[in-house]
Structure formats: structure tokens, C-alpha cells
Design a protein around this ligand. Structure first.
Ligand SMILES: Nc1ncnc2c1ncn2[C@@H]1O[C@H](COP(=O)(O)OP(=O)(O)OP(=O)(O)O)[C@@H](O)[C@H]1O
Ligand SMILES: [Mg+2]
Length: 188
């Protein structure tokens, strides 16, 4: 099994890829769902999105939108007690919530990395609790509560796939109502 490396940036033929961060602001719950929905047509098997932020930040609202865009029919809730809930859509949605995980070793029992590399898109609420859970390639979205109905999403792209996804996602989000998208900041 491929051993996950910690949060170092990914390398492509020995050239380190830049980690860039963009900011998406939403002004309603529906807008955050729309931001999630905009990721659905871009998502491919093996894509990983880590969602971080306080309780009630909006991680599940974003996931609900992504699920709707993938054609998931059932209701999506935080899989806090289940750790992983799988939803059937255009491609499967693997929805993790690591809030109640005590130890990173439990990720092995869950076949965490096998699932991330499987046939669906994986969303990991509270993935930032464990360095080992962070993807080499993909998106890390930190959601902050900036007002009663306002949230700020800091989107950090990791690796080549992360860059491609972040570019396309932010371009799509710029078209949405009650959403604003800021420019790219280089974090390398
Ligand atoms: N702009 C917004 N975007 C998302 N949610 C919002 C927004 N404004 C208000 N809310 C409210 O914030 C709450 C977000 O809840 P949600 O379950 O998505 O949080 P969470 O980050 O998944 O929390 P937890 O860590 O407990 O699973 C909901 O009650 C939602 O109505
Ligand atoms: Mg949640």
C-alpha cells in the first residue's frame, strides 16, 4: 500500500509544485451549498477534499451541495458517529468525519487511503486533525464563520490535481449569486 506522506507539497518529476490559496466568501447557507454543487461536475474518481473549520462552520452544507450535484438522492448529514457514509451518485461520494476518531491508527482500520484512491470523490470533515489524513494531491478547504450567515472558505490546492480543481472550481464559483472569489495567493 502506498504510504501517505505528511503535508509536504507534491512533487512532479522532482519539481515542487506550488501551494496556492484562494478565498471564497458566501453570504448564505444556500450559497455554500451552491459552491459545493459547483465542484460536482469537476469531480473525478480519486479526488479528495479535506474540510476544516469549527463546529457549525458549514462543512456539511458544502458536502450537501456536492452530493446534490453528483445526483445523490438521500439526505446528507455529518457522519460523526459513523465516521464514513457512502452515497451513490454519478460517482460514489465517500463522506468521512474524523471528529470522533481518537487515533490516526484507526485510519488504517477504515482503509482510509484505499478509499481515497477508489472509484469516487472523498470529502473528509475534520481531516486536518491528523497530519496523515491530509492528501498530497487535492483540496483543503478551511471554513471560517465571519458573520451570522457569512462564511469564508480558504481553498488551498495541493499537487497538480489540486491546482486544476481549484482553478476550475473558483472560476465556476465566481459566477454564483451571494458568492465572491478572491485572487490567488502563493504559499510556497
Ligand atoms: N454562509 C453559510 N454557509 C454555510 N452554513 C451557514 C451559512 N450561514 C449560516 N449557516 C449555518 O451554519 C450551519 C452549518 O452547519 P454544518 O452542519 O454545515 O457545519 P459543520 O461544519 O459540518 O459542523 P460539524 O463540525 O458539527 O459537522 C448550519 O446551521 C447553516 O444553516
Ligand atoms: Mg458536519
Amino acid at each position: 500500500m502506498r504510504l501517505p506522506s505528511p503535508i509536504s507539497p507534491s512533487y512532479s518529476e522532482g519539481v515542487p509544485l506550488r501551494m496556492t490559496t484562494r478565498t471564497i466568501a458566501t453570504r448564505s447557507e444556500a450559497a455554500t451549498q451552491s459552491v459545493g454543487r459547483a465542484l460536482a461536475p469537476l469531480s473525478a474518481p480519486g479526488d479528495v477534499v479535506v474540510l476544516s473549520g469549527d463546529l457549525g462552520a458549514g462543512k456539511t452544507q458544502l458536502t450537501k451541495g456536492l452530493a446534490a450535484g453528483l445526483g445523490v438522492a438521500e439526505t446528507v448529514t455529518s457522519p460523526t458517529f459513523n465516521i464514513l457514509l457512502v452515497h451513490d451518485g454519478r460517482i460514489p461520494l465517500y463522506h468521512f468525519d474524523l471528529y470522533r476518531l481518537d487515533d490516526a491508527k484507526q485510519l488504517d482500520d477504515l482503509d482510509y487511503w484505499g478509499t481515497l484512491e477508489a472509484d469516487g470523490v472523498s470529502v473528509v470533515e475534520w481531516g486536518d486533525r491528523f497530519e496523515r489524513a491530509m492528501p498530497d494531491d487535492g483540496l483543503v478547504v478551511r471554513i471560517s464563520i465571519t458573520g451570522d450567515d457569512e462564511r469564508t472558505l480558504e481553498v488551498t490546492a495541493r499537487g497538480l490535481r489540486g491546482q486544476v480543481l481549484a482553478d476550475a472550481w473558483c472560476a465556476a464559483c465566481a459566477e454564483l449569486d451571494d458568492v465572491s472569489v478572491d485572487g490567488v495567493r502563493d504559499r510556497s
